[in-house]
Ligand binder design. Structure first.
Ligand code: FNR
Length: 378
């Protein structure tokens, strides 16, 4: 890890260490990948105002997220299949987040189950929910998250219909998964990855195993899961979830002001302005493009979180300057996990924290609360 200085270094190491199909699953986006590219490109267009001769000796990243203290305005986003990037990947990512004093969000589509993570860590984590057709199963998942003392429910609302990632199909990341000689050779050339995944608790969707018959058969489980995404999902279902989940509720995947206005009346405490990291509606605006109008409209009613394209601490500063209260990262830490397990995730968080601290200093601010659009060059 000594020569790793930026998130791109972690990405390159991830690419070398993990089979290509799993690296591409993390790295790529839907269809033409226009929205995936726009997320980072639009962030980079935003320029800072350099300020000089301001005492910036007391810089401090600490803040609150939904009323809880957090070491920095950063959250690990829900990312599916982390346990295939590194054995027990969800546990490693959660431990790194908790050691850094920031929240970790477990995806419904995790390899480790809610209970396995809860048993392996000291503090509560967040749980992300995809609402599936089988509402009995969803109710039981929410009850399991309550029993595991998860401290927030992140309801993802932008995946009723699944955007296609061409590369996943080409790589055989399909239902059922496709095997080929080149894939087997690729796996065989990464023995430490194979050993790590084999040592892990599971190689299948840990939250769903046990619910479907013959559940240790990944093919059947994947087919059941793929058939479960519910195109009928609508705002009334949010009321139903509210009636079961008593805690903090975050709606993730909002890009439109009208949707944000409805969300503000839905009983949720926060929204994540997000296009699912350019993995869903290709041609949707970048998250940063729509952030300011959503903050203007509902920022006083809801806590606004942001994700999409964050690869540097400068990007976090940009999103905060445009009104986000905190940021989620997906790929930036998934690369760290693939590159080096818990230490790799810790490295990703540390890189972003140091870059944010430096950027604050060069913009003349000491605290997160001071960051607003006055740090930007117009
Ligand atoms: C995701 N994302 C995601 N979101 C979600 O709500 N549930 C999930 O299971 C997943 N799975 C997932 C897998 C992978 C490999 C990626 C890269 C992303 C979306 C994620 O939470 C977040 O919105 C994006 O990753 C943010 O964009 P960046 O930070 O990756 O650019």
């Amino acid at each position: 890890m000594k020569h790793i200085t930026c998130i791109e270094d972690l990405r390159q190491l991830h690419k070398r260490r993990v089979p290509r199909a799993f690296f591409d699953y993390a790295d790529r986006g839907s269809y033409t990948e226009d929205t995936l590219r726009a997320n980072s490109a639009d962030l980079q267009q935003i320029k800072f105002r350099q300020r000089i001769l301001v005492d910036v000796s007391k810089r401090n990243l600490s803040t609150t997220i939904l009323g809880e203290p957090s070491a920095m305005p950063l959250i690990l986003a829900p990312v599916g299949l982390l346990g295939m990037q590194h054995g027990d990947g969800e546990i490693h990512a959660c431990r790194a987040a908790q050691a850094a004093g920031i929240p970790f969000t477990q995806s419904t589509m995790s390899i480790c189950s809610i209970e396995e993570i809860a048993a392996a860590v000291d503090k509560p984590f967040w749980f992300q929910l995809y609402v599936m057709k089988d509402r009995g199963f969803i109710k039981s998942l929410i009850e399991r998250a309550i029993a595991a003392k998860c401290s927030a429910l992140v309801l993802t609302v932008d995946l009723q219909v699944i955007g296609q990632r061409h590369q996943d199909i080409k790589n055989g990341m399909t239902v059922p998964p496709e095997w080929s000689l080149s894939k087997l050779i690729d796996f065989a050339s990464k023995p430490s990855w194979v050993a790590g995944v084999m040592r892990g608790k599971r190689r299948s969707f840990g939250n769903i195993v046990g619910h479907v018959k013959d559940t240790e058969d990944l093919t059947k489980l994947a087919a059941w899961t793929a058939s479960q995404f519910d195109t009928t999902l609508n705002w009334k279902d949010i009321d139903w979830i509210r009636s079961i989940w008593p805690g903090k509720l975050i709606l993730k995947g909002i890009l439109d002001v009208e949707d944000a206005e409805i969300a503000a009346k839905s009983g949720a405490q926060a929204i994540v302005v997000s296009n699912h990291g350019g993995r869903q509606l290709d041609g949707a605006p970048s998250s940063i493009e729509v952030l300011p109008e959503i903050v203007d409209e509902v920022g006083s009613q809801l806590e606004i979180m942001f994700d999409g394209g964050i690869r540097t601490g400068m990007d976090i500063m940009r999103a905060l300057a445009l009104g986000a209260k905190s940021c989620m990262i997906g790929r930036a830490y998934a690369y760290g996990l693939g590159a080096g397990g818990e230490a790799g995730v810790a490295k990703a968080i540390d890189i972003l924290a140091k870059e944010l601290t430096t950027t604050m200093g060069l913009c003349g601010v000491n605290t997160i609360a001071e960051i607003d659009d006055h740090v930007l060059a117009v």
